[in-house]
Design a protein. Structure first.
Length: 370
């Protein structure tokens, strides 16, 4: 089941169990860790007999996944279960999440939403006669092709009068430039493939400086870093380590830039909201274009099951008068509502101007808070 299908799943009669297990954070066995997460939920109240039996079956099914989770190479896993409605979904996750188990009438998706999709990157390791081109996604690196300059050349030939030497140098430089241009053209072709928005270059220091001058402006704008490596002794693991570091740095820069944009826009009186009260009002009005959450900022709240309005407190919806439903994470509800209305939602991990507020948003139009 894809995330969008999980987002549409709702069970008014049977509880939905959501469990996230980060294998790296478990000090005991995976089974013991899961049992610790489930322990507070075993006394869940307010359920009739059939609902209790459904939840009990879900507990047993999730504990039964311990060996599978333990043997899975993925750093984390998510499980969604509702025996009464026939839901059971196991998802290996590509990045760590926080450990949590929750029961609600729908899957708890915020930790899943916080897992970033692998970023596609093109990598070129270049010397004066060869180039090794890879593609990667932040976790795996695959070789694409090896480019070789067909005409061998030397950088220096002696001559009686020096003319031969200068001619040889000029010829070698022309061959090197032709090689760099060929590699740059091939990179441009690879870089235009859908989803490839990042470029990393490696090689000897003097080669990198010369080669980057031949990159198309389209690629220079996507160059996130270069690294020094000996192409004849390099390993795939060494290259992948450099690439992972550049991707992490680029993501952190993007997160800081986004947080600063939200904060600065709000401070200047522009179309932005800071703080949970202001953001919820913007969400309720369908005004949020880009929701940004500072780390694991979480608050409880209430949701109106009739009109969908989100509030911090209140037994009755101020908009339609219906009884509200309490939720343990109103930020999760806000994220899902923003996504349903065509906006974007992002949880950032860097220290930023959003930290004192916990949450902020860029808006499609201004909203006045009552």
């Amino acid at each position: 089941m894809h995330t969008d299908r999980l987002a549409r799943f709702e069970s008014p009669d049977f509880p939905v169990l959501s469990v996230y297990v980060n294998r790296q954070s478990l000090h005991a066995s995976v089974r013991a860790g899961i049992c610790d997460l489930l322990k507070p939920l075993r006394a869940y109240e307010g359920l009739d007999h059939d609902a209790q039996m459904s939840l009990r079956a879900d507990f047993e099914a999730v504990v039964g996944l311990a060996d599978r989770i333990d043997s899975d190479p993925s750093p984390a896993a998510a499980v969604f279960a509702c025996q009464g409605e026939g839901l059971f979904e196991y998802l290996p996750l590509a990045a760590p999440v926080w450990d949590i188990a929750s029961v609600s009438d729908r899957p708890y998706l915020r930790p899943l939403r916080s897992v970033r999709q692998p970023e596609a990157v093109v990598v070129a390791v270049v010397d004066r006669k060869h180039a090794w081109i890879y593609r990667g996604d932040g976790t795996v690196l695959w070789p694409l092709e090896v480019i070789e300059e067909s005409e061998s050349h030397k950088g220096n030939f002696g001559g009686f009068s020096g003319y031969e030497e200068r001619g040889a140098r000029s010829h070698a430089e022309a061959l090197e430039h032709r090689h760099f241009r060929l590699v740059a053209d091939r990179l441009f072709e690879h870089g235009r493939a859908p989803g490839y928005d990042r470029l990393v270059v490696g090689g000897h220091e003097e080669t990198i400086a010369g080669f980057e001058a031949f990159l198309h402006p389209y690629l220079r704008d996507r160059l996130i870093g270069s690294f020094i490596v000996d192409p004849h002794t390099m390993s795939d693991a060494e290259i992948a380590g450099h690439v992972d570091g550049f991707l992490i740095d680029a993501q952190r820069r993007a997160e800081r830039s986004l947080a600063s944009k939200v904060s600065d826009t709000a401070d200047e009186g522009g179309r932005a909201a800071l703080g949970l009260t202001n953001v919820l009002e913007a969400v309720n009005n369908g005004a949020v274009d880009h929701l940004v959450v500072a780390g694991r900022f979480t608050r409880d709240g209430v949701v109106c099951p009739t009109c969908g309005r989100l509030e911090r407190i209140g037994d009755r919806c101020p908009a339609c008068g219906s009884d509200t439903t309490r939720v343990h994470d109103i930020v999760d509800a806000a994220i899902e509502q923003v996504l349903r209305t065509g906006g974007r939602a992002e949880q950032i991990s860097v220290a930023s101007p959003l930290d004192p507020h916990g949450i902020g948003a860029l808006l499609r139009f201004s909203v006045r808070v009552a």
